[in-house]
Write a protein that binds this ligand. Structure first.
Ligand code: FAD
Length: 445
């Protein structure tokens, strides 16, 4: 008997979500096709997590140099050469793209932009294919404000693609991408002004983390302007003038906007289906199913959390629901990190979220600990680390953990299974620490 459709599943987008979903469907023995209009690996590999974290590692050398002489390493000289670093980075990204393609063995690969003809039929470049199920894993792109002169600004993607590093930047937006890039570029020797419309950076993070990170950036020598929006950009000599909402003007060689992301849903011809969007993001139920029953969506094109591990589990859950058992995702303990120096890491409820969620604020207990990591004990420059627990007072269960500390991301990741199981503060403290480490500071909280 000939199959009704060309494929059991067509995945649109070979980023984190699409690749994970396609691999799962291949393993289930399904006939899979995947369409990609740009580089395989998507945002994370080509213009997101990987290049920015390689930049963070490049910046660490400058941060270590600050305390090197305290450790007896005198006269550590040298300047950062962006083209040399970029060459090494681009080589690695190309190898990851190749790995992404190799991982799709067993699927048919279509290169080009996919568009719906109807709920089961797609046009990809000159080809038309049909599928029982379609997974939309089309990701997103940076949001740029509609202001005069915005064409002169670059986004995170443009920053990573720069051939030469400008001497000064105005970074607009104090979310995690803006904060990471501001600190990295500052470490590379660029003069940085960070413009943020709120009073603090890292909107959505715990209030103590927001305040500490803003202070950390200022202490580093980054000028942070809060409560202001970018209103216009004009070319000025070799650089640009930015006008802010209060009429203030700033000059820099380059203006970098990091103002959030918008989903790549506008070119899919979703009108040919029943798939609906809200503010451009695809509306899905708890299994990733859209309003069109055979079409699912995962990752940054939906309104969940814009993180690679989330895109992956959503892609896999959608495939499980299509071909096996219905799968849902518990977002309660999704961790996130900001790869500043020191790192920010967080999971569970922020203090603000706990206050909103609990009827009686007496039922929330906040525990904080500040400490100087041993590495900085003999350094002339200081670094204060911070751990905060949000605790459900009656049960003493930890409902949120927030840190600014060296290796905070690894520590929060390692604690997650215990936190998810409902660990109490005293149970956490019944273990024995590793000395000296950031983790052992939890015992003195
Ligand atoms: P994407 O990876 O964006 O993949 C979507 C793919 O679909 C793209 O390749 C696109 O070309 C393709 N596509 C779109 N439309 C079509 C079409 N019509 N036809 C064919 N192909 C199409 N997350 C973390 O967890 N940790 C980090 O440290 C981190 N750092 C980041 C730093 C930056 C600067 C940025 C921008 C993001 C970062 N992220 C990070 C977020 C992470 O990159 C995304 O959450 C993740 O890549 C989303 O995966 P996705 O599969 O949903 O989409």
């Amino acid at each position: 008997m000939t199959a009704k459709y060309d494929y059991d599943l067509v995945v649109i987008g070979a980023g984190s979500g699409g690749l994970a979903a396609a691999k799962r469907a291949i393993n289930l023995g399904k006939r899979v096709a995947i369409a990609e209009k740009e580089a395989f690996g998507g945002t994370c590999v080509n213009r997101g997590c990987i290049p920015t974290k390689l930049m963070v590692y490049a910046a660490e050398f400058a941060q270590q140099r600050v305390i090197a002489s305290d450790y007896g390493w005198l006269n550590l000289q040298g300047t950062f050469d962006w083209p040399s670093f970029k060459q090494a980075m681009d080589k690695h990204l190309a190898s990851l793209q190749a790995q992404a393609i190799n991982s799709l063995e067993g699927a048919d690969i279509f290169r080009g932009q996919a568009q719906f003809i109807d709920a089961h039929s797609l046009q990809i470049a000159e080809q038309k294919i049909t599928a029982e199920f379609v997974l939309l894993a089309v990701g997103g792109r940076p949001k740029m404000p509609d202001i005069p002169g915005i064409k002169y600004a670059i986004d995170s993607r443009g920053m990573i693609a720069l051939q030469q590093l400008p001497k000064s930047f105005i970074v607009v937006g104090g979310g995690y991408i803006g904060v990471e890039l501001a600190q990295v570029l500052h470490s590379f020797g660029c003069h940085i002004t960070l413009v943020e419309s709120n009073a603090f950076v890292l909107d959505g993070f715990d209030c103590d983390l927001q305040k500490r990170v803003k202070q950390m950036l200022t202490d580093d020598g980054i000028k942070v302007i809060d409560g202001a929006r970018l209103k216009a950009i004009e070319p000025q000599g070799q650089g640009f003038t930015a006008t802010l909402s209060e009429g203030q003007t700033l000059e820099a060689d380059q203006i970098l906007c990091a103002l959030g992301r918008t989903a790549n849903t506008d070119t899919l011809n979703l009108e040919a289906t029943a798939v609906s969007t809200e503010k451009g993001m695809i509306v899905v139920d708890s299994h990733g199913r859209t309003k069109e029953s055979n079409i699912f969506a995962a990752g940054d094109c939906t309104a969940t959390m814009l993180l690679t591990p989330v895109a992956k589990v959503e892609g896999i859950a959608a495939v499980e629901t299509m071909f096996s058992d219905r799968a849902t995702i518990d977002y309660t303990w999704v961790p996130s990190a900001v790869f500043t120096y020191p790192e920010v890491a967080t999971a569970g409820l922020s203090e603000q979220a706990a206050q909103e969620q609990y009827d009686n604020s007496d039922n929330i207990e906040i525990k904080r600990s500040c400490f100087i990591p041993l590495k900085y004990a003999i350094a002339t420059s200081s670094l204060e680390a911070f751990i905060k627990l949000v605790v459900d007072a009656p049960t003493q269960k930890i409902v949120g953990i927030h840190m600014v500390a060296p290796r905070a991301a690894d520590l929060v990741q390692a604690l997650l299974p215990a936190l998810k199981k409902g660990l109490t503060v005293s149970e956490l403290q019944q273990t024995i620490g590793i000395h000296p480490s950031t983790g052992e500071e939890i015992f003195s909280i």
